[in-house]
Design a protein around this ligand. Structure first.
Ligand SMILES: [Mg+2]
Length: 214
């Protein structure tokens, strides 16, 4: 029985095509160059390396450059969200119909999550935001992130449905026993269901409640 739906935020609750994460990506490169002093010709490769190694650029910058996470997070999310996002009525309707507690589970911050949810017009659906600070900066896909969200919710893994655009972030959830939904991808290891649009999550939820997970 699914009681909780854990939604990733960025590029899960809104599509990649909005361009928002590309804008955040430019801020990240700017931060690496201007604040950390990394050579502009190296910044892009280093960012990719940290992201692939640690699941988040921030983690690499903390470990190797002693970056203050709050300074970094405020800087990279300082983009005009209204230029990229608008209210999503289909998502609003879909979330209204799902009878389960909805949580945002994000490697970003609560402030960024609130602003994104506000632009999408869906903030009222979510009971909680579990952000990177709540995870003690042990971002997804590090195992500590998943243990932490379960602890905060006092939930068992099999009571959770996790919705994400990253296969890599779904794998640890699946290993723990959560049911996993990939948005905007065709599938992969540890993916129970794949959907094109996050608004389809209601159909997956109904199916699981009726038939059990696959
Ligand atoms: Mg994402």
């Amino acid at each position: 029985m699914i009681k909780y739906i854990l939604f990733d935020l960025d590029e899960t609750l809104y599509p990649t095509e909005t361009g928002l994460m590309a804008a955040v990506g430019r801020r990240i490169l700017q931060y690496m160059q201007e604040r950390v002093g990394i050579d502009p010709t190296l910044a892009r490769d280093l960012r990719r390396h940290y992201y692939q190694t640690y699941g988040a650029t921030l983690k690499g910058l903390q470990i190797h450059h002693n970056v203050d996470p709050d300074d970094y997070l405020a800087y990279v999310h300082d983009v005009p969200l209204g230029d990229y996002l608008q209210p999503d009525e289909a998502l609003d309707r879909a979330l209204t119909e799902i009878q389960a507690e909805k949580i945002v589970f994000t490697n970003a911050t609560t402030e960024h999550a609130r602003r994104v949810l506000g632009c999408l017009g869906v903030e009222h659906h979510f009971s909680r935001i579990v952000d990177v600070r709540a995870m003690n900066y042990e971002n997804k896909p590090q195992p500590g992130a998943y243990r932490r969200v379960l602890e905060i919710l006092r939930a068992r893994p099999e009571e959770c449905l996790m919705v994400e655009d990253s296969v890599r972030n779904l794998s640890p959830a699946k290993e723990l026993g959560m049911v996993t939904v990939l948005v905007n991808g065709s599938g992969g290891d540890g993916v129970d269901f794949a959907i094109d649009d996050v608004a389809q999550v209601g159909e997956v939820f109904t199916r699981i409640q009726r038939e059990g997970k696959r």
